[in-house]
Ligand binder design. Sequence first.
Ligand SMILES: Cc1cc2nc3c(=O)[nH]c(=O)nc-3n(C[C@H](O)[C@H](O)[C@H](O)COP(=O)(O)O)c2cc1C
Length: 389
Amino acid sequence: MTPQGHPSDSLIAFHRQLAQGEIGLTTVAYAAVAPHGRTFAEQMVMSHQTAGSLERLCEAVHQEGAKVSLQIGHCGGFTKDPIHRESGGPLGPSLGLNRYGLFNGLGKIREMTERDIEHTVQQFAHAAALASSIGFDAIEVHLGHGYLLSQFLSPALNRRTDSYGGNLSNRLRFPLRVLREIRKSISPKTALLVKMNLRDEIKGGLELEEAIQIVQALEGSHEGAPLADAVILSGGLVSHSPFYLFRGKRPLQSMVAVEKDRRQKWALRLFGRLVIKEYPFQPLYFLPLAEQVRRATRLPLVLLGGVLDKAHIFQAMAAGFDFVAIGRALIENPSLVRDYQQGHKSRSPCNHCNECVAEMDREGVRCVLPHHLKAEGTQAPARRALDLQ
Ligand SMILES: Cc1cc2nc3c(=O)[nH]c(=O)nc-3n(C[C@H](O)[C@H](O)[C@H](O)COP(=O)(O)O)c2cc1C
């Protein structure tokens, strides 16, 4: 991304590279549905200003014979974007503490009114319609990781007493409204994908039992089309349990180094080890939970998390998943899928050091693995500067 939140030429080149590497669908993430939906000020917004470059990105991917999806979301009460100062602070399901924006004077989350909710539904629908009209083959709506719709789904973060809080059908009301409006607004040829949590990994948060009920609700149809064409299963809240979703090492030193705010830097240095928990990496780490969802629905499901080796892909297919999603192993080598297909490689050297996560705040996402650790047959240079966000 450019510092102004515009998709850069290197972002377009990266997605082209993934398409050349024989992936089926590449996802551009994360696009806020409105300026107030940004987690930080430089984040991309799906708008007429970004549409031109995103259209070029779609064309580049299509030229290589692959498909492209746009992940859309809203930060809700998880933001440090100063834009929220002018409007009196960020909005979320309930009054609460925005730890992420604490040092930016944005510590207080205000409760959304029904009017705010309706306005945000329309923002999602407009962003999705625009993305569909410029050539995205799929829209991925973020219902996970602690963004706004996930905040509504989470009993720990949503303490409303109106028809948007309380039991699961109430907490689902807003996300379902968003999906129905998007369905109405996008081309019937555009797929509608949902990314959601298997569990929040926070005390009193969303747990698997309710996650299964959410997936079952997504099987429901809207004017003949299912509410979701496929569901991507993830977990964790970026605000509270970020390394639950990225399992592996916690790159604290680099996180401190890239933090621009002096007070936040000190807080990370002093309390990082205490508040940011590390979760050991395991291949296919969401599989045990995701298998239980698989048994409960016929919706196409995407298995995510720790897909590294060629054998992991076959294992996921054997377990009944329709697709796999790969993050870090493709950052290490965008040609991984082609290498697997052509038999050049069967393993990814990604060691889940998670330095790529910290790199997002430096010059853009890149793999820092030194050349000698990269397996033979990799065509990519040792240090690539990529910017996924
Ligand atoms: C550098 C980086 C940036 C990411 N950005 C996003 C994002 O914008 N939205 C999202 O839903 N997940 C994001 N993720 C999470 C991945 O989609 C994925 O859930 C996670 O990396 C686990 O999959 P993996 O084991 O294949 O890497 C990001 C991951 C990495 C490493």
